[in-house]
Write a protein that binds this ligand. Structure first.
Ligand SMILES: Cc1cc2nc3c(=O)[nH]c(=O)nc-3n(C[C@H](O)[C@H](O)[C@H](O)COP(=O)(O)OP(=O)(O)OC[C@H]3O[C@@H](n4cnc5c(N)ncnc54)[C@H](O)[C@@H]3O)c2cc1C
Ligand code: FES
Ligand code: FES
Length: 479
């Protein structure tokens, strides 16, 4: 039995663990204000708000895509849908702003837009236009041309009305863990490692975390998992801290938390996360899920390869550490043994002589899959490269380092002229495929241009932060 709070009422549900939150709201609760557009996390029509007591910076309302959230994931939690916002006849400021700014025409996207605006009301870090644009980038609207929606966001971001939703943002202990079986489908979210290993060693056990990848199999392919086992509540999986010069990232830390934390502690990671999915996706997506999904076009693997991250893997036998360069074995194949999970990712902060960068090229700036991504780290001493790591996505069957180019760079000056002479080595490293995201020629050309851009950016500086509203993935540097 799942128990959670929905629009101020406690609900109990005993449905299949493969039921999405969206289907539960619309079909079982008849809360049809929440809409289904794409059922794959792209449009934001299904956005609802979840109270996360453990967010970095304190308890927070988080806009999430209900179409990809499996119902058991909200066990023990507090949820609000568009139906729960107004106070009698008085609209919530997020709703009022949409009315006043004429932010709704056909209205299909409006409930989702309102729920993203709702989150922004209670944020303390959404004052800039860029943060407001990022807040809304997971909500598509075919009618209003966005300007009115952006105006509404400007009106309400950080307004923090003194209401019941603000009052709910207090530290609280919630317990989302639990287990149950319905028919031949089971769900468990253990908060104890040995219970977890018992569950995960079952035949057909399927590990899940945020479900922003796995959920697509349910909504797009009609898969019904028989034995879902979530890592989300395991002890230590949401740890996020710095120990000396090592950043420790629990595998289940939501990417919005990582983005906020990394802005100070590991800016190159925050730079890639700026171009990663939408806020709704990043509230549920995790670094562990991104790496274990092992997609050749996943965005965080290139950055982690460049930073030479260490994966902390855990199984019943104990813990072992694996350098990320040994993790990706083949197309969507990893070095994880049966019953083993990624518990954490450890990254050494780049030192003062390191040059670092992260780049993503996709057809649109926001909410798009990479054609090519690059994570880059080069150590320079007296103007010469002494070590280099260039991690690429979209160039091979796995995320992969450009070892021929890396070797050629060592001992050479870190200048655009030297890189230009050596850039041809990328042809030895990669023979990319042509597909609908780009031809082999396009990918090879973009990859070379990203390396050129990296040296342009970092010839005289260790790292360039992105401007608020970047026009391209490479920062324009004035010479
Ligand atoms: C609309 C949309 C936009 C997206 N945009 C991007 C993007 O810009 N860039 C990008 O790279 N990706 C993107 N993604 C993909 C996805 O959001 C990420 O890969 C995300 O990081 C997955 O994390 P998760 O926790 O949701 O993983 P899940 O879906 O829960 O799991 C993914 C896989 O990893 C396994 N797994 C999860 N955690 C662990 C663990 N700790 N140990 C072992 N195995 C584990 C699961 O068994 C599963 O096979 C997008 C997805 C959607 C739907
Ligand atoms: S229905 Fe489109 S994001 Fe959920
Ligand atoms: S108002 Fe019509 S889709 Fe946004």
């Amino acid at each position: 039995m799942i128990r959670f709070s929905l629009n101020g009422k406690t609900l109990e549900a005993d449905t299949s663990p493969n039921t999405t939150l969206l289907d539960f709201l619309r079909q079982e609760q008849r809360l049809t204000g929440t809409k289904e557009g794409c059922a794959e996390g792209d449009c934001g029509a299904c956005t609802v708000a979840l109270l996360d007591p453990d967010a970095v910076g304190g308890p927070a309302w988080r806009a999430i895509n209900s179409c990809l959230t499996l119902l058991p994931m909200v066990n023990g939690r507090t949820l609000v849908t568009v139906e729960g916002l107004s106070d009698g006849e008085t609209l919530h400021p997020a709703q009022q702003a949409v009315v006043e700014r004429l932010g709704s025409q056909c209205g299909y996207c409006t409930p989702g837009v309102v729920m993203s605006l709702f989150e922004s009301c209670y944020r303390d870090d959404a004052a800039s236009e860029a943060a407001q644009s990022d807040q809304m980038c997971g909500n598509l609207c075919r009618c209003t041309g966005y300007r009115p929606i952006q105006d509404a966001a400007k009106d309400v971001a950080g307004c923090r009305p003194a209401d019941r939703f603000a009052a709910a943002l207090v530290p609280a202990v919630t317990d989302p863990s639990g287990a149950w079986t319905r028919g031949d489908e089971s769900w468990s979210m253990p908060d104890d490692w040995s219970v977890f290993f018992d569950a995960v060693e079952q035949e057909e056990a399927q590990i899940v975390c945020g479900a922003t990848d796995l959920g697509l199999q349910v909504t797009q392919r009609g898969v019904r998992f028989s034995t879902l086992v979530s890592v989300e509540s395991l002890p230590g999986l949401r740890d996020l801290h710095v120990d000396g010069d090592v950043v420790h990232i629990g595998a289940a830390v939501p990417l919005t938390d990582l983005e906020r934390f990394a802005a100070e502690e590991l800016p190159v990671v925050a730079r890639m996360l700026r171009f990663f999915g939408s806020r709704q996706i990043k509230h549920r997506a995790t670094l562990g899920g991104n790496l274990c999904n092992a997609s050749p076009i996943g965005d965080m693997a290139p950055v982690m390869l460049a930073l030479d991250a260490t994966l902390v893997l855990r199984s019943r036998a104990g813990e072992r550490e694996l350098p990320i360069r040994e993790f990706f074995l083949g197309y969507r194949q990893t070095a994880l043994a049966a019953g083993e999970v990624v518990a954490a990712i450890r990254v050494r902060k780049p030192g003062p002589s390191a040059r670092v960068g992260a780049y993503k090229v996709s057809r649109r700036r926001e909410m798009d899959i990479s054609a090519v991504a690059l994570g880059a780290w080069v150590e320079v001493s007296d103007g010469l490269v002494i070590a280099a790591r260039l991690g690429f996505g979209g160039m091979a069957a796995t995320p992969k380092r450009a070892s021929a180019l890396e070797a050629a760079l060592v001992g050479q000056p870190w200048t655009i002229d030297a890189v230009e002479r050596l850039i041809g080595h990328l042809d030895e490293d990669f023979q990319p495929l042509s597909d609908h995201r780009g031809s082999a020629w396009y990918r090879q050309t973009v990859a070379k241009n990203l390396v050129r851009g990296f040296v342009e950016e970092t010839e005289h500086a260790s790292f360039q932060a992105l401007p608020d509203r970047p026009l391209s993935t490479i920062v324009q540097v004035s010479k």
